[in-house]
Design a protein around this ligand. Structure first.
Ligand code: AMP
Length: 396
């Protein structure tokens, strides 16, 4: 796997696909510069080698139309501030104007191209468009994990015009390494914690992960489909009746593969889906009608704690309760604390995909786990066992 350190960028122009799809306020000011910060090490490496950086990204969903509200010019000053170098901007990402701006670029300088998605060809993965992009650099660097699952012109197709002059940026390389640790190279016992609302949205991940893990914790809304499938009473809890056979099949497969599955034994049930609802702790198989399980119970948390603390590699995807409501966030917070403890004890912990990242940030666990993935959809597809086109394009 080629990374930036395999190249010297002296007098070279690096065409870098970054993910600068950042949130803007009504005055077009960047409200969260995390993604820009995340790309900084890659850009600095190129500049310190004595090269120049041509940055390309999308912003929002202009759907192939030029839309001034979604111009990357709005973020130029923020990128300059974060990197510490005044960033030049060019009003198109391909064609004469872009090629001229690149030709004038000197070592140590940065050029930001206009929003890639102002051209419909970008998302179509158009080869002609990708070839035009390829004229804007000597070496192609992909550092945008968030779009690595898309076969777009700038994330995948462009790579074929660079033969061996292409590599991952530091951010993307770190993401790949973290996923590899969980899926292949991690120290045993390996544990996956899958929460979230529905079995149906996690099924491909569960099926793929059964071959890789020693323990599987199933929590959150998914719990009730598993419990009801085994004959429990789940009251008004969220439950996918049409997925009960599948749940039984998963449990059977897990047994065959020697995976220990841990499902909640007690839950915090509520008489309404609201923060002010009446609550009681009940056995997960005896939830009364009119009540729904919205968080893990104390006995469950003890069991989960024990499993987490003996694991050496931990993947966490999905909250184990309705963490958006304070009354039902305790289980998810406790889980974060156990993972923190395990990490301090030497375990590798990866949090990724959708709402678990939001939960981790909200409760301040971001710096306590080993790695928080930046790519929602890309992370989920990796966990499903798919080869991401953006990654294959560099390796292949
Ligand atoms: P996902 O995007 O699949 O990871 O699902 C995350 C959502 O699952 C969050 O919005 C949680 O509020 C929700 N969730 C977790 N536990 C439950 C539960 N017991 N009942 C309903 N929703 C839940």
């Amino acid at each position: 796997m080629k990374t930036l350190n395999d190249f010297n960028f002296e007098n070279k122009k690096a065409l870098i696909r970054v993910d600068f799809n950042v949130p803007l306020d009504e005055d077009f000011k960047v409200t969260d510069a995390n993604r820009i910060e995340a790309a900084k090490p890659t850009i600095i490496k190129v500049l310190e080698d004595g090269g120049s950086a041509v940055l390309m990204s999308h912003l929002g969903r202009p759907k192939g139309q030029k839309n001034p509200d979604l111009s990357l010019e709005h973020i130029c000053s923020k990128v300059s501030e974060v990197i510490g170098v005044t960033v030049k901007f060019v009003s198109d990402c391909v064609g004469d104007v872009a090629e001229k701006a690149v030709a004038e670029l000197q070592p140590g300088e940065i050029l930001l191209l206009e929003n890639l998605r102002f051209h419909a060809e970008e998302e179509k993965g158009d080869e002609g468009f990708a070839e035009k992009l390829s004229k804007l650099g000597d070496i192609y660097v992909n550092d945008a994990f968030g779009t690595a699952h898309r076969a777009h012109a700038s994330t995948t197709i462009v790579a074929k015009f660079f033969t061996d002059k292409k590599c991952f940026g530091f951010l993307l390389a770190k993401e790949i390494e973290a996923i590899e640790k969980v899926m292949r190279t991690g120290e045993k016992p390996v544990l996956a914690i899958l929460g979230g609302a529905k079995v149906s949205s996690k099924i491909t991940i569960i099926e793929n992960i059964l071959d890789k893990v020693d323990h599987l914790i199933i929590g959150g809304g998914m719990t009730y489909t598993f419990v009801k499938a085994q004959g429990g009473q789940v009251g008004d809890s969220i439950c996918e009746d049409d997925k009960m056979d599948l749940a039984m099949e998963i449990l059977k497969q897990a047994k065959e593969k020697n995976v220990e599955v841990h499902i909640p034994v007690d839950v915090l049930a509520a008489d309404d889906f609201s923060n002010d609802a009446k609550t009681q702790v009940v056995d997960v198989t005896k939830i009364p009608d009119g009540w729904q399980g919205l968080d893990a119970g104390p006995k469950t948390l003890e069991i989960f704690k024990e499993v987490i603390l003996k694991s050496k590699t931990i993947l966490w995807n999905g909250p184990i309760g309705v963490f958006e409501m304070e009354s039902f966030a305790k289980g998810t917070i406790a889980l974060g604390n156990y993972i923190d403890e395990a990490t301090q004890g030497g375990a590798f912990s990866l949090v990724g995909g959708g709402d678990s990242v939001a939960a981790v940030k909200q409760f301040g666990f971001e710096d306590k786990v080993s790695y928080v993935s930046t790519g929602g959809g890309a992370m989920l597809e990796s966990l499903e066992g798919k080869t991401l086109p953006g990654i294959a394009a560099i390796i292949g």
